[in-house]
Design a protein around this ligand. Structure first.
Ligand SMILES: Nc1ncnc2c1ncn2[C@@H]1O[C@H](COP(=O)(O)OP(=O)(O)O)[C@@H](O)[C@H]1O
Ligand SMILES: O=C(O)[C@@H](O)C(=O)COP(=O)(O)O
Length: 419
């Protein structure tokens, strides 16, 4: 099976989101944790999951280029740089600098940028990113603990992260289909633009954008814009039809949820779970000590673990509490403390026999998955758009890595009916 698409994701939930999109569209896909060091598994697509979204720019660039090297050495015909559908980044990066470095590595001069994901209510119109009917900077993302998004104009946001010029392929062109989009991108590239934000409000737009980018060495965006790519490989006769792409080993055993996302969606899911399952909300501000928090959580879990109903352990808190902890410790140290505590909790739960674990939050998932020593994730069926069950190797447990913003209100309960 020759490798067709090589993907680099800037966080772990984003990586499973992308892998799931590719699997659903018929590509055998494996998610690899961290920069690959040995031979890559057989797959149509490989998604390398990095924890580079909030890393220092230099580290994010170095790891992303190293991942690209490994994917290209394995024969990847096209690269995909996956970032968040809410374009999570700071003015320093890391979307611009990583995309710049990948273009340079490929000897290419242009890439599209499209984080739209209509199934999860992210759309782009005239370069502005909407979450549902709300501009990105009024959607709650302006309060994100690590990457507060205070500007919805993606042309402006990306321009602050790169020296390359950023253009726009507007809605009116995207509506006309793949040929018009391709021509518009060619014009922008010839006019000296390094990037084009591409408007998209529907899956048919994303399919057309994917088709228009068939010959691009690098595509950047959310998982949505990947939906058109398998058809390109199929059209070239490179991708056979596959119907077993989402099969996982049978699941069962004790179940739990660990949450570190402070998004509105996750806070709502914790609120729902309170009425249906044992929920522990850690008092991080009162006890800013990772080891003590983890010990408290594991003592609380004693006797509550069950194979039907999950327990939920959450550090998640509303913006004012997050701000208070950050004021005390600094932004990065606050995030790291909570991630450390929650990965110790997850490790303790797995040691106590948990076999099915949901982790809420991208950075949180990165910390947990690394602590559990997971090297690859096989992708199964989706619970909600963008969140599949996965099977973690060599750990041998089922994991669902939930993007903070994704999932219905009952996600933490219904996840265990879907595995
Ligand atoms: N109570 C809290 N105070 C401060 N930071 C927190 C708190 N709870 C979680 N965090 C941190 O907030 C960040 C949330 O990011 P992440 O896990 O990526 O969630 P999301 O998927 O919503 O972006 C993590 O670094 C996490 O450790
Ligand atoms: O594109 C998305 O929204 C997700 O795939 C994603 O990147 C998740 O990031 P977090 O919200 O930080 O979990």
């Amino acid at each position: 099976m020759p490798l067709l698409l090589g993907c680099i994701a800037d966080d772990f939930t984003g990586a499973t989101d992308l892998a799931s999109m590719l699997v659903r569209n018929g590509m055998a896909t494996v998610q690899v944790i961290g920069v690959p060091t040995g031979p890559l598994p057989e797959a149509d697509a490989i998604v390398v999951a990095l924890k580079s979204r909030t890393a220092p720019v230099r580290d994010a660039v170095a790891e992303s280029v190293a991942a690209a090297d490994a994917l290209l050495a394995a024969g990847a015909q096209q690269l995909f740089f996956k970032y968040c559908s809410t374009f999570d980044s700071t003015d320093a990066g890391n979307i611009g600098p990583v995309a710049d470095a990948l273009l340079k590595r490929l000897g290419a001069g242009f890439a599209l940028a499209c984080p739209a994901f209509p199934a999860n209510n992210r759309s782009i119109y005239q370069g502005h990113l909407f979450v549902g009917g709300t501009l990105l900077n009024e959607s709650g993302m302006e309060n994100h603990p690590l990457t507060p998004m205070k500007d919805a104009n993606l042309v402006r946001v990306l321009s602050r992260q790169t020296e390359g010029a950023v253009g726009l392929v507007p809605f009116a062109v995207v509506e006309q289909g793949a040929t018009s989009i391709r021509q518009a991108m060619t014009r922008l590239a010839e006019g000296g633009r390094r990037y084009a934000i591409v408007d998209a409000v529907s899956d048919s737009h994303l399919m057309a954008i994917g088709e228009a980018a068939a010959s691009h060495p690098l595509i950047t965006g959310g998982s949505g814009v990947a939906m058109g790519l398998p058809a390109n490989f199929r059209a070239k006769g490179l991708l056979p039809s596959r119907d077993d792409a989402a099969t996982l080993p049978e699941a069962g055993g004790l179940c739990a949820v660990v949450a570190g996302s402070c998004s509105r969606a996750t806070l709502g899911q914790i609120g729902f779970a309170r009425d249906h399952a044992p929920v522990l909300e850690l008092d991080v501000l009162g006890t800013p000590d990772a080891a003590v928090l983890a010990a408290q959580a594991l003592a609380w879990a004693e006797g509550k673990l069950d194979a039907q109903r999950p327990i939920v352990i959450a550090a998640s808190a509303p913006p004012e509490q997050v701000a208070a902890l950050q004021a005390k410790l600094g932004r990065d140290a606050a995030g790291a403390l909570v991630e450390h505590a929650l990965s110790s909790v997850a490790e303790g739960l797995v040691a106590r026999g948990v076999k099915r674990l949901v982790v809420a939050g991208g950075e949180t998932s990165g910390a947990v998955v690394s602590r559990l020593g997971v090297t690859t994730l096989r992708i199964g069926h989706e619970i909600d758009p963008g969140v599949p069950w996965t099977f973690a190797e060599p750990t041998g447990i089922h994991l669902a890595l939930k993007s903070g913003n994704f999932g219905a209100r009952d996600f933490f309960l219904k996840a265990f009916d879907h595995v």
